[in-house]
Design a protein around this ligand. Structure first.
Ligand code: CAA
Ligand code: FAD
Length: 380
């Protein structure tokens, strides 16, 4: 196994690092404070190829591998996890879902615009009564021959107000359970599709989270993704890749907090010396460093599995479970190292701590990752 990044990977990482420092950092506190969705930055990320990182260039993508995706996600997330979740959803849920399971017509019509950032995508699985219990879909899509009639509510949808294209999961045949679920492409502006108010959140406040309502929305049959009844498998397979993106986001939050805390500990003096010379602080830094390194290998392992064409359902769950734990634990420790300064917005670590929490909740809570992992290890 080769642990070294290639020169190309280093260049991609450095480009993302420069973008995060030069473009994301200047307004990140304001966007967090005002829940300001960064339309201008989304355009710039599209121009850099960050919105279609793994998409085939023939569909307008950057044609990079999953390792590159993880490196970009980590660098963006060190500075702004709200921006990185826009990237993650667009890449690993929407673009991947369409590229892997869509028809050629769907790819030409939607993927080409999503991969360049001309369109932004959203992925709509969760409902008020179907979050972790994702097979309990209440949203229905009734087959009318050449179209479906969609009714129901989706909640917590990232990019919900801003997106142009929504991949919506719905029950088409309740008697068939999870085999009676389909995924559909819904366009903003379709009659009967309403976007509810924006959620006021603890973290990732620069991202855009909404409830969506579908009232008798007429969906052409050509907007169904994949074979009839394949929608739940589509959602699960797509989420396995999504979890690699969120694991990388968590890794970025943890390493961003660690880098800030390390620098601060070398500058701040107490009892006549820099605080990093107090063992209590030095050991915190050692724990942060080693836990983040461990998380990094798990995230890279999951990305490598995907790039090698191996099954990554479990490695992505392991990476997300561990990286999100490290992000929560060590962003909290970073606040502690900053003392009172850690508690105010100017020093960034309190935002990283607030942002860390979501990585243990979305794209499957930590408990759900343990279900995925435990089912696999006990079955084998
Ligand atoms: N690949 C292929 N098929 C799969 C699969 C996978 N990874 N996982 C499950 N399936 C299949 C099963 O084999 C089963 O099919 P059969 O009946 O033919 O065997 C069917 O799907 C139903 O699976 P389960 O019986 O395992 O279903 P379950 O009710 O026990 O739930 C679960 C499984 C893993 C808990 C799943 O419901 C789950 O992942 N829940 C979490 C939902 C989630 O992650 N939501 C995220 C929303 S998107 C988001 O959050 C984006 C964001 O924030 C930015
Ligand atoms: P619940 O399922 O009600 O869970 C509540 C608690 O019970 C959790 O701790 C959970 O782990 C635990 N629990 C539930 N079942 C079990 C079990 N069997 N065993 C052990 N513990 C269990 N969804 C989308 O579809 N698209 C998006 O773009 C999206 N973006 C989001 C953005 C944000 C900011 C947030 C907050 C959520 C987003 N979600 C999105 C929804 C997210 O995926 C769900 O919140 C998550 O899957 C959990 O579902 P729930 O909130 O209904 O919690």
């Amino acid at each position: 196994m080769n642990f070294n990044l290639s020169e190309e990977h280093k260049m991609i990482r450095d480009a993302a690092r420069d973008f995060a420092q030069n473009e994301l950092l200047p307004g990140v506190i304001e966007r967090d404070e005002n829940q300001h969705f960064p339309n201008d930055l989304v355009k710039k990320m599209g121009d850099l190829g960050f919105l279609g990182i793994m998409v085939d260039p023939k569909y307008g993508g950057s044609g990079m591998d999953t390792i590159s995706y993880v490196l970009i996600m980590e660098e963006l997330s060190k500075i702004d996890a709200s921006a990185s979740v826009i990237v993650s959803v667009n890449n690993s849920l929407v673009c991947y879902g369409l590229e892997a399971y869509g028809t050629e017509e769907q790819k030409q019509k939607y993927l080409t615009k999503l991969a360049t950032g001309e369109f932004v995508g959203a992925f709509c699985l969760s409902e008020p009564e179907a979050g972790s219990d994702a097979t309990s879909q209440k949203t229905t899509a009734i087959d009318k021959g050449d179209h479906y009639i969609l009714n129901g509510t989706k909640n917590w949808i990232t990019n919900g107000g801003r997106a142009d294209v929504y991949l919506v999961i719905a029950q088409t045949d309740r008697d068939k359970g999870s085999h009676g679920i389909n995924a559909f492409i819904i366009e903003k502006g379709m009659e009967g599709f309403h976007i509810g108010p924006k959620e006021n959140k603890l973290g990732i406040r620069g991202s855009d989270t909404h409830t969506l309502q579908f009232n008798d929305v007429k969906v052409p049959i050509e907007n169904r993704i994949g074979d009839d009844g394949s929608g739940f498998r589509f959602a699960m397979k797509t989420l396995s890749g999504g979890r690699i993106g969120i694991a990388a986001q968590a890794l970025g939050i943890a390493s961003g907090a660690y880098e800030l805390a390390l620098k601060y500990s070398k500058e701040r003096k107490a009892f006549g010396t820099e605080i990093c010379n107090h063992q209590a602080i030095a050991f915190k830094l050692a724990d942060m460093y080693s836990d983040i390194e461990a998380a990094r290998y798990l995230v890279m392992r999951a990305a490598w599995d995907k790039d090698q064409g191996k099954n990554y359902d479990v490695s992505s769950a392991v990476a997300k479970l561990q990286a999100s734990k490290v992000a929560m634990q060590h962003s909290t420790e970073a606040v502690q190292i900053f003392g009172g300064n850690g508690f105010v917005k100017d020093y960034h670590v309190e935002r990283l701590m607030r942002d860390a929490k979501i990585t243990q909740i979305y794209e499957g809570t930590s408990e759900i990752q343990k279900i995925v992992i435990s089912r696999s290890i006990t079955k084998d």
